[in-house]
Ligand binder design. Structure first.
Ligand code: SF4
Length: 460
């Protein structure tokens, strides 16, 4: 996947972790690798540790031990995780490993026998046990009060909200179900309580994530729970409606095009949740999708997209694709190009297929030659870029709400529209008249310049 820019590589998403410690306080450092889902796990672990009286160190030297939350999605991510463990051992020496790669403990201990403990994904209790053994807690009830919304690694004005874990599908190129297990949805009231706390503490945007957001609640048979005087089902539509009433932007990621996704679009048209869908289509050709064993492989996606746009014309559609999947013929690839042209997606990421240890697609016949993959990737990205450019140019002169992510020393504000998710999509920049703006503000702008992936605007 080296051809993809870093912002399209979930294995490159990193966290900056800050914290303050008191003298003598046991202190833990954390290196969080991997996708936003792993980041949520890191946040949960830190929240617990903080609640137990640990300090969080921003560097290796100030920490009594370091937790490395690893990613094992791709071979390149595994290598990066091993490097990070090696660096933590050299710099600090006391290292606890957790996360996806922790599902393969021998792989880690073979390379780094000195790690103190290895735990797998979501083994929160085991990680905490390992920390307690390595660095016993020393709570101080007067100063170790847990912050209402825990310790977040993401900037304060937006937060990921994990609604379920695991996946019931078996896409052939993916080993996540082997590493993370079957779908386990959080009860709806627990998700809503967390979301409410986040909003109360100043979060302006909630990013809903899971491996398969559309499947939320299936394992709970969509059971209902009391919430603020009424029953709410553990179902994505109900959850989205309730989240939308909290007053923050709500953005849905990793949604598959099941028929019930149509129920979400009116909520977007009403302005209850953001008019944004992140749908990993991966391909368009039915044969390729079948060889991938994708969920909703038979969905008539172009018809679905047209139906969504009829209800909510402003919807932003984001997706990722794989080119050069084993057996992909030139005709299948051209089907994908034609599909993309017709679908006119707003934001697109593309990966060249690569084998991942343990994936069933490795054994498929007719692997595509590297130069053909590269050629297809180039052609796909050129088409996607032209679409993105035209879509952004069409926004010139429009008045849009944007959220401020950053203001630099020169006063330039980096913002996002409702159609841009943090870290993976584009930005809207405000170059002047930013006095008085603060990070997390939502302001109205007029778009006065458009590029290939970004916009520029002036405040109204
Ligand atoms: S839906 Fe497919 S790609 Fe996504 S986590 Fe499940 S098996 Fe992996």
């Amino acid at each position: 996947m080296s051809q993809n820019p870093p912002d399209l590589r979930p294995d490159l998403a990193r966290a900056a972790i800050r914290g303050e410690t008191r003298p003598g306080q046991p202190t833990i450092g954390m290196v969080s690798l991997g996708c936003p889902k792993a980041l949520v796990d890191s946040e949960r672990i830190l929240t617990r540790l903080r609640a137990e009286g640990y300090g969080i160190s921003p560097d290796y030297t100030g920490a009594d031990a370091v937790i490395v939350n690893t990613c094992g999605f791709l071979d390149s991510a595994k290598a990066e995780s091993l490097d990070a463990i090696g660096e933590a051992l050299t710099e600090n020496g006391r290292v606890i490993v957790t996360g996806c790669l922790g599902a393969e403990p021998e792989y880690i201990t073979g390379a780094h026998p000195k790690v103190l403990a290895v735990t797998g994904p979501h083994q929160y209790e085991q990680v905490l046990d390992a920390v307690h053994t390595a660095v016993p807690p020393s709570p101080d009830p007067f100063v170790d009060l847990m912050p209402a919304a825990g310790v977040r690694l993401t900037p304060r004005h937006y937060s990921y909200l994990k609604i379920s874990e695991g996946c019931n599908h078996k896409c052939k190129f993916c080993i996540i179900p082997d590493m993370r297990g079957r779908l386990q949805s959080r009860p709806v009231h627990a998700v809503l309580r967390e979301a409410e706390k986040l909003v109360e503490s100043g979060v302006r945007e909630l990013l809903v994530i899971s491996q398969d957001t559309s499947a939320y609640g299936l394992d709970r048979r969509y059971s209902a729970h009391p919430w603020q005087g009424r029953d709410v089902r553990s179902h994505l539509t109900d959850l989205a409606r309730e989240l939308g009433s909290l007053g923050a932007w709500v953005r849905l990621h990793y949604v598959y095009p099941y028929p019930h996704v149509r129920e979400l679009i009116p909520l977007m048209a009403e302005g209850l949740i953001l008019p944004y869908l992140d749908i990993p289509f991966q391909h368009s050709h039915p044969d390729t999708l079948k060889r991938m064993a994708r969920p909703a492989a038979g969905a008539r996606t172009l018809e679905e997209i047209a139906a969504w746009r009829a209800i909510c014309p402003d919807i932003t559609l984001r997706s990722t694709f794989i080119v050069g999947y084993p057996g992909e013929t030139e005709a299948e690839f051209e089907h994908l190009l034609d599909w993309l042209e017709e679908a006119q997606l707003d934001r697109v990421g593309c990966f060249q297929y690569e084998n991942v240890a343990g994936a069933r697609s490795n054994a498929l016949p007719d692997h595509v030659a590297p130069e053909v993959k590269q050629d297809r990737w180039d052609r796909f990205m050129a088409r996607a870029q032209a679409i993105s450019e035209a879509k952004l140019a069409a926004k010139l002169g429009r008045h849009l709400d944007v959220i401020v992510d950053d203001i630099d020393a020169d006063g330039i504000a980096t913002c996002r529209t409702k159609g841009d998710a943090p870290e993976i999509d584009g930005n809207l920049f405000i170059d002047e008249d930013t006095k008085g703006l603060t990070v997390g503000d939502i302001v109205r702008v007029e778009v006065d310049e458009a590029g290939e992936y970004d916009l520029w605007g002036r405040r109204l």
